[in-house]
Design a protein around this ligand. Structure first.
Ligand code: SF4
Length: 240
């Protein structure tokens, strides 16, 4: 394994981004393997747990771009770096090569690990994990990620905050974190409580309605509340 090889769980698409600020946008997903978190409700354990490690592949930036170009018929589009936590992988060379070929890059991460190459992204979606995840947020590390991405210096990617909300504690966490970072657009997403088999769509819509009412009661009017579009279309199927 070379220092610049990237641990890949799966590369798939083109499909659409199902969440957050790029919802509905055609994209190819590059999903990396490995995560520094273990969220209680993680829906991508195949890209997190070491028991799936034998399914992951070490790939060079050139090999990844070859596959992305094959999938996208050599037509530049948005590449979504996802995981696992893509921030723990060496992405610099991949982003440089992809941009030379005309592709754009979005990445979603919890904000626990910061890297200088984040400045080269087009869109950075930071998704700190709320209490229901059973993870503790290191807000110093989160702030370092914002700084490393260049937000104070008016360069770097467009940044958005995205929060998964299961309950009142999660909602309060999202509300407080958003208030501390008023310069970023905020997206709330109902948590998916059934990530194996057929999803509980009516339960998800009930939670969605509750979040909408909860935000309205708080006059939280500059927030965007979205379901996971891919779950509505394809259920919990992987690789779509
Ligand atoms: S940070 Fe994301 S990929 Fe990692 S365990 Fe949590 S939900 Fe799963």
């Amino acid at each position: 394994m070379s220092e610049s090889s990237i641990r890949i769980s799966e590369i798939f698409g083109p499909t659409i981004q199902g969440e957050g600020p790029l919802i509905g946008r055609p994209t190819v997903f590059v999903r990396t393997g490995g995560c520094d978190y273990r969220c209680s409700w993680c829906d991508t354990l195949h890209a997190v747990e070491s028991e799936y490690r034998q399914e992951w592949t070490e790939m060079s930036a050139a090999e990844i771009m070859d596959e992305v170009q094959r999938l996208s018929n050599n037509t530049p589009m948005m590449i979504t770096l996802s995981g696992g936590n893509p921030a723990i992988q060496p992405m610099e060379e991949l982003i440089k090569l992809g941009k030379e070929l005309g592709y754009e890059f979005a990445m979603e991460t919890q904000g626990s690990v910061s890297k200088k190459w984040m400045q080269q992204l087009d869109v950075l979606i930071l998704s700190p994990k709320p209490p229901s995840s059973k993870m503790d947020t290191d807000w110093i590390a989160f702030y370092q990620t914002l700084q490393m991405a260049g937000f104070e210096k008016a360069y770097g990617p467009d940044i958005a905050l995205k929060f998964v909300v299961f309950d009142e504690d999660d909602y309060k966490y999202a509300r407080e974190a958003s208030a501390r970072h008023p310069h970023f657009p905020v997206y709330l997403q109902p948590g998916n409580h059934k990530v194996e088999g057929a999803p509980d769509i009516s339960g998800l819509m009930e939670r969605m309605r509750w979040i909408i009412e909860r935000a309205a009661n708080d006059n939280w009017n500059d927030v965007t509340i979205l379901p996971q579009l891919h779950v509505l279309i394809w259920g919990n199927e992987k690789g779509v």
